[in-house]
Design a protein around this ligand. Structure first.
Ligand code: GH3
Ligand code: MG
Ligand code: MG
Length: 424
């Protein structure tokens, strides 16, 4: 492979704008303290009130949060409590509670209550244009991810599957970080829903999950996720993986943009026109409104090239495209280079009279345009064919285009530098 110095740019060196893992650890422990310091008492109170479902939720919560700060003994005791409080039945003994209390106190005494998350300023990049939606039912996880990513991305967060779907539709984030294990609606259901909706199917999803089996990873990727990060995570890995995906996304968007633009004139190309025409055709069919098409061909352009040279021919084509772009007033008006020295203008919601007016207007503007060449002034003219239809069962995109084409050839045959309207 040739030595390409461009590849060795500074992008290759990770200069991470993120808190280190120690900082994250302190942050997580601070968060844990704030969110869980009353949790043991909460469980005991819920039990004394006979609210076993609530006690079960607190135990589940405590288990997950203990896992996030890698306090395994407490995690184990809380898991045991969770299992013994399942299905509204209380099988917890005094002994179990004593173990839970012992582990809970050990962890809590070890935490420095001075480090509280309120004091750790979590940056939020409100002014950043790239946004992430982070979904996790555990507040501690959510806070950790916001802490890691909030400096460089605008963050939206959700603590349940339903909230996630609502926010994904409302905010159209650039990327989604999705937890799998959540009550009511899990991450697999959320991604299936996102991928089935026109509004959200294009948004890349990264799973961030405590499920570390290859099967869960495979299932996640099969459902359309772009990556899978296992909890507990390292701050640097999360940041790098998200950054990588965002970079790829930007490159794809750039390629998509380029594939829709004509390189010479910088206006839309044929592919882009085909897409737009099909959208506008369907809109007009639904609303029973007219749509006009101008098919445009530069007159005797071969002669122009022969006289001034092919390069100057390119200059003329650029000038023509510029005149078209500047002449179109409505947002929905659309001009494209059809190919060679042919152009099209699509005018949704414009009737035959309006179409003819605009065609005449741009014909005159091209006729008046001065294209300089080495101190001289050169000129071109165009012929235009106009077709206007209200889409219905008796016409199609093909007949629409060929009608405009027929009108264009009549303009050529009957003298050039003129506009003809298709009549069937
Ligand atoms: P008519 O009025 O009948 O359309 O005559 P014409 O000479 O314009 O038609 P013809 O189809 O014979 O020639 C089209 C010319 O347009 C020939 C071709 O070299 C030129 N052309 C097509 N694409 C480009 C381009 O990208 N740059 C330049 N400079 N010329 C182009
Ligand atoms: Mg021509
Ligand atoms: Mg031609």
């Amino acid at each position: 492979m040739p030595n390409n110095p461009q590849i060795q740019n500074e992008d290759a060196k990770p200069s991470l704008n993120i808190p280190g893992d120690d900082d994250l650890r302190n942050f997580m422990r601070g968060s844990f303290y704030r969110l869980n310091r009353t949790k043991y008492d909460d469980i005991v109170r819920a039990l004394s009130e006979g609210n076993i479902a609530q006690a079960h939720r607190w135990a589940h919560n405590l288990k997950s949060n203990a896992g996030m700060i890698e306090e395994e003994a407490l995690q184990k005791a809380a898991l045991e409590a969770e299992l013994l409080l399942k299905d509204g039945e209380n099988l917890l003994t005094e002994e179990h509670l004593a173990v839970l209390k012992r582990e809970f106190d050990l962890v809590l005494n070890d935490l420095n209550p001075n480090i509280q998350p309120e004091e750790v300023k979590t940056p939020t990049a409100e002014n950043k244009k790239t946004s992430l939606l982070i979904i996790d039912d555990e507040a501690t996880n959510l806070m950790a991810l916001v802490h890691i990513l909030g400096k460089d991305y605008k963050i939206y967060s959700a603590q349940s599957g339903q909230e996630a779907i609502k926010k994904a539709e409302e905010f159209s984030p650039d990327m989604i970080l999705l937890d799998i294990l959540m009550p009511v609606m899990d991450g697999y259901e959320v991604i299936a829903h996102l991928k089935s909706s026109e509004k959200t199917k294009h948004i890349p999803v990264i799973f961030v999950s405590g499920l570390d089996s290859v099967e869960s990873e495979e299932k996640g990727l099969q459902l359309g996720a772009v990556d899978y990060i296992i909890k507990p995570f390292r701050a640097a890995i999360v940041k790098l993986r998200v950054d990588n995906q965002i970079k790829m996304l930007e490159q794809i968007k750039m390629i998509e943009r380029l594939s829709m633009i004509d390189q010479l004139t910088n206006i839309a190309n044929r592919r882009s026109f085909d897409n737009r025409l099909s959208v506008e055709w369907n809109n007009a069919a639904r609303q029973a409104t007219p749509v006009s098409l101008l098919m445009i061909d530069v007159d005797l352009f071969k002669n122009y090239n022969d006289k001034w040279g092919h390069q100057q021919g390119d200059v003329a084509l650029k000038k023509i495209a510029e005149v078209f772009t500047k002449s179109l007033k409505r947002k929905s008006d659309f001009t494209a280079r059809w190919g060679g020295e042919e152009f099209v203008v699509l005018l949704p919601g414009t009737d035959a009279k309006g179409g003819l007016n605009i065609a005449e207007c741009i014909r005159k503007k091209i006729e008046a345009a001065e294209i300089p060449y080495k101190g001289k002034i050169t000129k071109v003219t165009i012929s235009v064919g106009v077709n206007t239809v209200v889409p219905n069962r008796n016409n199609s995109i093909d007949t629409f285009i060929s009608g405009a084409d027929t009108a264009l050839y009549r303009a050529k045959e009957t003298g050039r530098n003129k506009v003809c309207v298709y009549e069937n």
